[in-house]
Design a protein around this ligand. Structure first.
Ligand SMILES: [Zn+2]
Length: 111
């Protein structure tokens, strides 16, 4: 149901179903309208995570290895080959651990 709220930028009456103010174009966050009275100010930019380039690279590398090993395991399962590529399962688990370490290190750096 739509309720009329006051635009925080120009104070015009706006339906809370509108994504932006029709008068001034001020953007609204839909989730902020639970009580339809005090719309959250949306001008603030979310703080960008500052992760070290090395950690980012390690994370991307780990994700790539994980994807490749998962694909290889799926392919191996579909082919039903007798010599199942167990190495890919090991590699997948290792990359998961690797990603976990990267996550912990990222968290550690951020405090
Ligand atoms: Zn407005």
């Amino acid at each position: 149901m739509a309720t009329l709220i006051a635009c925080p930028a120009c104070n015009a009456s706006v339906s809370n179903a509108a994504p932006t103010c029709p008068k001034c174009g001020h953007p609204f966050v839909q989730s902020g309208f639970t009580h339809g009275l005090n719309p959250r100010h949306t001008g603030q930019v979310v703080t960008i995570e500052k992760t070290g380039k090395g950690l980012k690279l390690a994370g991307v590398l780990g994700a790539l290895v994980l994807i490749v090993s998962v694909v290889m395991v799926i392919v191996g399962l579909q082919e039903g080959s007798k010599d199942f590529p167990a190495i890919w399962i090991v590699l997948g688990v290792l990359s998961l651990i690797w990603l976990l370490i990267v996550r912990v290190l990222t968290w550690w750096k951020h405090g």
